[in-house]
Structure formats: C-alpha cells, structure tokens
Design a protein around this ligand. Structure first.
Ligand SMILES: C=C(O[C@H]1C=CC=C(C(=O)O)[C@@H]1O)C(=O)O
Length: 356
C-alpha cells in the first residue's frame, strides 16, 4: 500500500475531487484531537464486503447486516490540517417543520415504555437544507470547527457524499486492547455555565454503560468502566464513561463489533424491540446515520478505530440531509426531546449556514 506522508492538504483534496469525477470511492478523516488527516482511496468502483482482516475504511449502516461497505486502501495519502479554531455558535432560528410528527412519535414510544415493552429507544428524524458549497469546502469547515470530533468525508458512487463530526467512538482496538465509551445524555453548551444534569440524563447514560459491560463481559478480560464525566461536543454537552478491556484469547474483532453495535446510545433496550420500533415507526430509512465507520488496519496491523455515525449529513445535488435523534425513556418529555433534536441539528447546520 503506497503511503505518502505530508502531502499538501489542498493537493490531497484536488486528487479526491478527481476520484469522485472518476467514480472511485474514498474516505478522508481526522481523528479527535489530532492534526493528521488520512485519505483512503480505492482504485476501482467495486463494492467490497466488510472484512476486518483487510486494509480499508468501513462505512456500515444502522441495519448493518445489509450492506456494510468497505473502501479498500489501494492508496493512502497523509496530510495535516492545523486550524481547528473556528467557533461557530449560530443563533439563527430553526425550522419547526416536523415538530408535530416528532412529538407524536416520542409520545408513542413513551406509551410503549410505560406498558413495559421497552426501557429505552432512540428516535430520530431527518432535516433537508439547501447548500451550495462543494463537499470539500464543507469538510474543511468541519475540520476548522470540531477539533475534538472524528471528522470525515466519504464518497462512494452508489450513495454519493456523506460527512460528519461525531463525538462517539464505537470501539478502538490495538494490540488486543479495547477502548470504547458509553455516551448519552445531552444539554446545550452555554458559555461559562457548567452542565446541570438531571436524573433523566444520568439514568439514560447509565443504561448505556451497563449494556456495554454486559455485552463485553464474555468476550474480554480486565473489563473496567471509568467514572462518568461531562464532555463537550460543539454546541452540546454529553455524559461519557470510558470503557477499557483486553480481548479474550479466542475473541474476534467481528464478535466485539457485533456485540457493541447498535448500542443503546443509538438504538435502545432491549435491542431487538427498540430496533423493531425504530424501523416500524420512524417513517424513514436511517441508512448510514447511527451506523459506524472508520479505519481498519491503516495506522498499523490490527488497528481498528470505529466511530458511530452521528452529527452527520448526506450531501446530494444541492440538498444536505441532516439526521438527529435522542434517547427516549419513561422520564422523557416530548417537547424537550424535540428541542434536543433542534439543538443537535446546529452541529451540522452551523457548517452550512454561516459565512466563513
Ligand atoms: C442519537 C444521537 O445522539 C446520541 C449520542 C449522544 C447523546 C444522545 C442523547 O442524549 O440522546 C444520543 O444517545 C444523535 O446525535 O443523533
């Protein structure tokens, strides 16, 4: 695999622009708090199946049994992007379109939870917004704006461009060591004020921690959970607990990923019931939103770094489709859940709306 260090950022983007013209799939990304930007380029447009033994970049939908995609690393380019200083806090009024149907959906879930068929379900909606920049300009603005997120732009001839700045890691595996996180609970970030968490958010996040520990217990040794902390993600706060473990002797990467995805941060408890509720009631196909993505064996052999596809959008013919959701429990209030999705939409809208 040719690996060229320190190319100019702009020349890598120019090369990727040409790849898109030629119908060649690629992914370009920067990991949280890093400067290094890596581009993975496939030389043909073949649709490869996910294989954790190969070198490439995976892009898996929420319902990942169907259609996880692998972009093969026929070529890897490496560059840097220093500037992560853009602070955008747009206060522009948001559209109220979709409010009634989202509130009704949340109420329906609360009713189901109250009769005892589920404990938690994550419900989402999509928002369409016109845009006129190139996908590469959008990606550069993401890099400038969200230094602590996993920022990416991906292109595949079968589904076009997606990009995002996600705060959530699904799993990192290196030398058999596993790092993951339970991320849930949301409050808006207000300058100078620390987040005041309520019971709803604390319980919602604990459910994710408990689930992850249960799912990993048979597959790992030395499983530990860190204390919960508040972490900032752009204009939002979340609650996060880091999880550390070592892969047990016969555990495979496939087993670890299958045990974790989808966590109750994007699906619910119990998983099968929540997934069925989502697929039957959300009224649209999430496709890659709340799926997972990331590098396989690029930074080193057996190095896996996968992220959950949140705060993301699909870019297609001048329309950006954004996806936003939130965890519903018996303590949810439909109006507050609507406002939470509005707040989450600013992460991507800020990238599209403001003049840079
Ligand atoms: C489902 C989303 O966020 C998840 C991750 C963090 C906090 C969440 C929450 O507070 O509901 C969600 O579980 C989304 O951003 O669309």
């Amino acid at each position: 695999m040719p690996y060229q260090e320190n190319r100019e950022f702009q020349s890598v983007l120019d090369e990727l622009d040409q790849c898109a013209e030629n119908g060649q799939p690629f992914a370009i990304f920067r990991k949280p708090d890093e400067k290094k930007v890596i581009a993975v380029i496939q030389k043909d447009s073949t649709k490869y199946e996910l294989d954790f033994n190969t070198q490439g970049f995976v892009f898996a939908p929420f319902n990942w049994a169907d259609n996880a995609l692998l972009i093969k690393a026929d070529k890897v380019e490496c560059t840097e992007y220093m500037d992560a200083s853009l602070v955008q806090q747009s206060t522009r009024a948001l559209s109220e379109k979709g409010r009634v149907s989202h509130i009704n959906l949340v109420q329906k879930a609360i009713d189901e939870i109250e009769v005892g068929s589920m404990e938690k379900v994550v419900l989402s909606r999509k928002i369409e917004e016109p845009f006129n920049e190139s996908a590469f300009t959008v990606f550069e603005t993401l890099l400038k704006s969200y230094g602590s997120a996993f920022c990416y732009l991906i292109y595949h001839p079968q589904f076009g461009f997606w990009c995002g700045a996600t705060p959530e890691s699904l799993v990192q595996i290196a030398d058999n060591r596993i790092e993951t996180m339970a991320l849930a609970g949301t409050l808006p970030h207000i300058s100078g004020i620390s987040p005041q968490w309520g019971t709803k958010e604390i319980v919602e996040q604990e459910m994710v921690s408990t689930y992850i520990l249960e799912q990993l217990s048979d597959l790992t040794d030395s499983l530990t959970l860190d204390k919960v902390e508040s972490v900032r993600a752009g204009n939002l706060w979340h609650l996060k607990s880091s999880v550390h473990a070592v892969m047990a002797k016969d555990t495979t990467i496939d087993q670890v990923v299958s045990a974790l995805h989808p966590t109750p941060a994007v699906c619910g408890i119990p998983t099968a019931k929540a997934k069925a509720f989502i697929n039957a009631n959300e009224g649209y196909d999430r496709t890659f939103y709340t799926g997972f993505l990331g590098e396989i064996n690029i930074s080193g052999p057996s190095d896996i770094a996968l992220y959950v596809n949140l705060r993301c959008m699909k870019l297609e013919r001048g329309i950006a489709t954004l996806f936003v959701g939130g965890g519903i429990t018996d303590a949810s209030e439909p109006e507050k859940e609507w406002i939470e999705t509005q707040n989450k939409s600013r992460t991507m809208l800020n990238i599209l709306l403001d003049d840079i």
